[in-house]
Design a protein around this ligand. Structure first.
Ligand SMILES: [Zn+2]
Length: 147
């Protein structure tokens, strides 16, 4: 007697309507194939009883630890800006200290009103550029969600 294949038995267990009559009559008559059917039914019943897969580690804690922390970044940024301001201030002071006489000669020939106009225009331009740079920096920071 030729026994049923594994795939025929699986089809009989899971899709009884799709399996043909020859298979079901063989299973009714053959104890070996009937026991295989019983094993498959028991195996899949046990698999369905198993709990859903889950991690046994706390993933949330591990991930949250690796996320950037905004408060530290803000402090570092402030220190960076203070540093840049201090360097600029020292640079301007040293330019006046070392090249004061040359600057006096440079602007000595030009009339007072022209010098004032040039100075005002330069200060306004620098202030505008600095403000624009700072605004662009804030926009980029917001894009990264650091604040
Ligand atoms: Zn059989």
């Amino acid at each position: 007697m030729k026994h049923l294949t594994d795939s025929q038995i699986q089809q009989f267990v899971f899709e009884p309507a799709a399996s043909d009559n020859a298979c079901s009559t063989h299973i009714e008559q053959c104890a070996i194939c009937r026991s295989k059917v019983g094993e498959y039914q028991m195996l899949f019943a046990e698999i369905e009883k198993l709990p859903a897969d889950s991690f046994d580690v706390n993933l949330e804690a591990i991930i949250m630890k690796q996320l950037p922390q905004p408060s530290i970044h803000k402090k570092e940024d402030k220190m960076l800006w203070y540093g840049i301001a201090a360097v600029c201030f020292l640079f301007v002071i040293s330019v006046f200290l070392f090249f004061g006489k040359e600057l006096a000669v440079l602007f000595g020939g030009v009339e007072w009103l022209t010098t004032a106009l040039i100075g005002t225009a330069a200060i306004c331009l620098l202030a505008f550029l600095a403000f624009d740079m700072y605004r662009a920096y804030r926009v980029k920071l917001k894009a990264f969600n650091f604040e």
